[in-house]
Write a protein that binds this ligand. Structure first.
Ligand SMILES: Nc1nc2c(c(=O)[nH]1)N[C@H]1C(S)=C(S)[C@@H](COP(=O)(O)O)O[C@H]1N2
Ligand SMILES: [Mo]
Length: 512
């Protein structure tokens, strides 16, 4: 005899609820919850290493195979950073979506009210805390994600059907967009530049005036001799820069030294300051690219600090370490001529350029000019720097280069060619231009050299050049080359930036 299976209304309801929250709805809820979690994190942390995307970005960057990094820097240039960042955001969203999904799944296995939201909040919090190691700040990710889950899974009688759940997901998504906008504002305020105010050093204004006075007239839109802070190129391993508090910052000098030192920001500021020009150039830039800039830097000569520590060690080498996990090894002799900068163009060193303190090493490729500097370790034996582990050779002096950044055709038929030339501490002696593919050469006009104004007398700043020319009709192959202060002419051998820095001469075809 068939017995009637009594169906409890409760179980019916649970089944309905479960069916309404089918896979597509759970996926959508997980994604919306993940977006809310990221927005919450951004609202609390801004664009700082406490933002949950930052550690994922650091992981992506540090685990990318060297060959891929070299390839994408050369083919994508700055897009490479953007791509890595987009990938990091996507990966972070995926991780948080999984955490929310864990909650949704747990909720389906129990009739405890709000179990989904509770478990989702816990999973999201644990993930954020593990990524950022900031358990308290991680709450800012858990709360918005939990609200999304509550909005979708909250109990109602009768249990929601699919279309009700769909409406709820849309509502949660719309709410998350609004919350995201507010979070963007709040995060933006959190990321205001660090507040250290610096009275402009007198020398900074004097040097800026000097540079302006020495700039060549009539070079079109070729940049001036000092790069404004907002235009100074930037190269960072991570997309999100460290945000350091000068009051908490210390620089240690460790390793093979007679006296280990720990210097505070106040200690540095109390030392005798110097202000000087220095040009920086990235080893990874293409021959005629613009990852090269010049600024007026204020800070303390490293010789004064090393004199206190008294370095020894057998390799004559040193490694600098930074708050973003970056490290570069190079000869101690180069560091002895170096400089710790806390000012740039008369203002406090900006966060993007290493606030509160960066190293500047005369004449060397940008990469050993370590930003957000935290430690100088004098080594006993050779080590390998961040970029050298990835195949680059960028710890030495820069290659000589003349850039062709301006080609201006005048109504009277003149063509004005102009650009910048840089050879590190060797200085630029001459720039020649050929309009016949290198058969004959003519001197360009050069801007007067910027004052060494450097305690060490090093002439480590670029010069502008200009060449006005009245071409015959036809096609002309223009080539430029610089000669450094030792009389050595810029190499004519073409090489890509990887691994030793671009070499060869900038060429351009000009049709008249
Ligand atoms: N801590 C740290 N220092 C760093 C880098 C970095 O990623 N992290 N990039 C280096 C590279 S490759 C260059 S070319 C210069 C660029 O300095 P800028 O960003 O101030 O122009 O900084 C160097 N110092
Ligand atoms: Mo660089």
């Amino acid at each position: 005899m068939a017995s009637e299976q009594p169906t409890s209304p409760d179980r019916d309801d649970a089944a309905r609820r479960d069916a309404a929250l089918a896979l597509p709805a759970r996926v959508a809820t997980a994604v919306v919850g993940a977006v809310a979690a990221l927005a919450g994190s951004y609202a609390a942390a801004g664009s700082t290493p406490d933002f949950v995307v930052a550690p994922v970005n650091a992981f992506v960057v540090n685990t990318s195979p060297a060959s891929l990094v070299a390839f994408s820097i050369q083919t994508l240039g700055h897009l490479d950073d953007l791509l890595a960042f987009a990938l990091s955001v996507a990966l972070t969203l995926l991780l948080f979506a999984l955490a929310v999904a864990v909650g949704l799944d747990a909720g389906r296995r129990t009739s405890v009210p709000l179990a989904s939201a509770g478990v989702a909040a816990l999973a999201v919090w644990a993930l954020a805390a593990a990524l950022t190691r900031r358990p308290a700040a991680a709450l800012a990710t858990a709360l918005p994600a939990a609200v999304v889950v509550v909005l979708v899974t909250r109990l109602s009688t009768p249990a929601p059907d699919r279309s009700t759940v769909r409406r709820r997901v849309l509502l949660a998504a719309a709410g998350t967009v609004g919350f995201g906008a507010l979070a963007a504002l709040a995060g933006g305020l959190r990321t205001l530049p660090p507040g250290e105010e610096m009275a402009p050093p007198a020398d900074a204004a004097r040097l800026a005036d000097q540079a302006r006075a020495k700039e060549l007239a009539d070079v079109g839109d070729v940049p001036g001799l000092v790069s404004p802070i907002g235009e100074f190129y930037r190269v960072d391993i991570d997309s999100i820069d460290p945000m350091l508090d000068a009051g908490q910052w210390t620089l240690t000098v460790t390793g093979a030294v007679d006296d280990e030192l720990a210097l505070s920001y106040a200690d540095l500021r109390a030392m005798d300051a110097a202000t000087k020009f220095k040009t920086l150039r990235c080893v990874g830039e293409g021959l005629n690219d613009r990852l090269m800039g010049n600024a007026v830097w204020t800070g303390v000569p490293l010789a004064d600090i090393l004199a206190r520590a008294v370095p020894g060690g057998d390799c004559g080498c040193v490694i600098l370490r930074a708050a973003d996990g970056y490290y570069e090894e190079f000869p101690l002799a180069a560091l002895r001529t170096g400089f710790l900068a806390y000012g740039m163009n008369g203002a406090s060193l900006p966060r993007a350029h290493g606030y509160p303190v960066r190293a500047l090493v005369p004449g060397h490729w940008g990469e050993i000019n370590v930003k957000w500097l935290t430690e100088i370790e004098i080594l006993e034996r050779e080590a390998t720097g961040y970029w050298e582990e990835r195949g680059w050779h960028g710890t030495g002096p820069v290659n000589t280069v003349a850039k062709l950044w301006g080609v201006e055709r005048r109504d009277d038929g003149t063509v004005v060619l102009a650009g910048h030339a840089y050879a590190g501490t060797r200085g630029i002696e001459r720039v020649d231009v050929s309009t016949d593919d290198g058969s004959t050469w003519t001197d360009a006009v050069l801007s007067d050299p910027l004052d060494p104004a450097d305690v060490l007398g090093a002439r480590d700043a670029w010069r502008q050049w200009r060449y006005a020319w009245t071409p015959d009709p036809g096609s002309h192959r223009v080539v430029v080359r610089a000669t450094d202060g030792t009389g050595t002419v810029q190499s004519g051998e073409d090489a890509a930036a990887f691994p030793n820095g671009a070499s060869g001469r900038v060429r351009r075809t000009i049709d008249v």
